[in-house]
Design a protein around this ligand. Structure first.
Ligand code: NAD
Ligand code: WQD
Length: 350
């Protein structure tokens, strides 16, 4: 097993990844500024570890801003001093709101690109050259070729997606500068949703969420009066937007597989791999499944299309199946069941 630094380890995906890597015998170091998460997530992770008989001392947490290079260096140095040298990194730390990126592009470029640059410099200085990066399907922009494969055109249409595409370019240059030393995998997520099946950890964004699934959960628990469906005139099966929703536990399983491959193969590598379910689901289908899974009614109203939205997007996941030996195991029903289990028992998050 390995000693892995998880940047953004307290976040929605990072926290689920920390848990999954702990379950499979790894030691974890979490780096997070808690700008969009709560340190309390680790109490929940510890509780799950106790229930599963996992030594929760195998996770060390640091409050740190990835832009603070000295603090990032200290984390690497402390690990060496504790005889637990960091062997690989999963880099989740970043800002992810498309809407916010349009209002504050400088912040998004600073954190998502500048933060990654910082991390890479420190990794190189400490001779740590295995990296899994949280990329996004947003880099593909608009397309009419489905399913979307990794060799589709990269043309992001918002600052957030542009930062992700730029980081991938940076990572390719870093790899090409030392091709016999770096192993880098860009995992391009479509729409991660749901929560760990225990209901003890889940998505807990600060402020008002923009994403469909957490909003449906807030409508279900009465925090939001009704779901506003953005557009009923899209060129889709029922006129509402189609996306590729992937259960968070399937998503982090893909990360585990990507790391395992990196540590098992003799050669270095640079890869870009989609993680999604491989099929599209409309907003109305999501609502219907949620109502069925949780025996509830979601009040909804149709509104005009949201700026920047596309009609449809879903992944070609054949590369993930072939290279990682990975495929999603959980259904949309599981997403709705597990996601609601977290949301109804934790209406105020952590
Ligand atoms: P999240 O906001 O829940 O997690 C990101 C974590 O990074 C948070 O805990 C936040 O506090 C931390 N962070 C942000 N800026 C930081 C900084 N300067 N220094 C240290 N920590 C910082 O988001 P998430 O949904 O878990 O996404 C994780 C990664 O996956 C992000 O890079 C995101 O762009 C990417 N991604 C997310 C989705 C999605 O739909 N959730 C889809 C594709 C890609
Ligand atoms: C899904 C569908 C909306 C809210 C975003 C980011 C992307 C990635 C994943 C980071 C769309 C509809 C939504 C609502 C609605 N994140 N919707 N009413 O836009 O596909 O992707 O999250 O990488 O970068 O853009 O996800 O959940 O916002 O929307 O009708 O209140 O639900 O129109 O069809 P999206 P979403």
């Amino acid at each position: 097993m390995a000693i892995i630094l998880v940047t953004g380890g307290a976040g929605f995906i990072g926290s689920h990844a920390c848990l999954r890597l702990l379950e499979t015998g790894n030691e974890i170091i979490s780096l997070d500024s808690y700008v969009n998460s709560s340190k309390n997530v680790f109490k929940a992770i510890n509780k799950i570890c106790e229930l599963k008989g996992i030594n929760h001392e195998l996770i060390k947490i640091y409050e740190c801003d990835i832009l603070d290079k000295k603090s990032v260096e200290d984390i690497f140095q402390n690990s060496i001093n504790n005889n637990k040298e960091i062997q690989g990194v999963i880099h989740f730390a970043g800002l992810k709101s498309v809407k916010e990126s349009e209002a504050n592009p400088h912040k998004y470029w600073e954190v998502n690109f500048g933060g990654t640059l910082n991390l890479l410099k420190v990794m190189k200085n400490f001779n740590c050259r295995k990296l899994v990066f949280s990329s996004s399907a947003t880099i593909y922009g608009e397309t009419n070729k489905f399913p979307i494969a990794e060799d589709s055109q990269i043309k992001p249409i918002n600052p957030y997606g542009k930062t992700k595409a730029a980081v991938e370019q940076l990572l390719l240059d870093i790899y090409n500068s030392e091709p016999n030393k770096w192993s880098i995998t860009n995992l391009r997520y479509f729409n991660p949703v749901g929560s760990h099946h225990s209901g003890l950890i889940g998505e807990d964004p600060k402020g008002v969420p923009n994403n469909l699934f957490p909003i449906i959960c807030k409508v279900a628990n009465g925090e939001i009066e009704k779901l506003e469906i953005y557009g009923c005139d899209w060129p889709t099966i029922d006129g509402t937007g189609i996306r590729d929703y992937i259960h968070i536990e399937d998503l982090v399983e893909g990360h585990k597989k990507a790391l395992e491959l990196m540590f098992s193969e003799k050669k270095t590598s640079y890869r870009c791999i989609n993680l999604g379910c491989g099929h599209g689901v409309s907003v109305l289908e999501m609502v219907k499944t949620f109502e069925k899974a949780n025996n509830c009614r979601i009040k909804k109203v149709f509104e005009p299309r949201r700026e920047g939205d596309v009609a449809k997007t879903y992944a070609d996941i054949s590369l993930a199946k072939k290279i990682l030996g990975w495929k999603p195991k959980r259904s949309l029903y599981d997403v709705c069941k597990d996601g609601w289990k977290w949301a109804k028992t934790n209406p105020n998050g952590y």
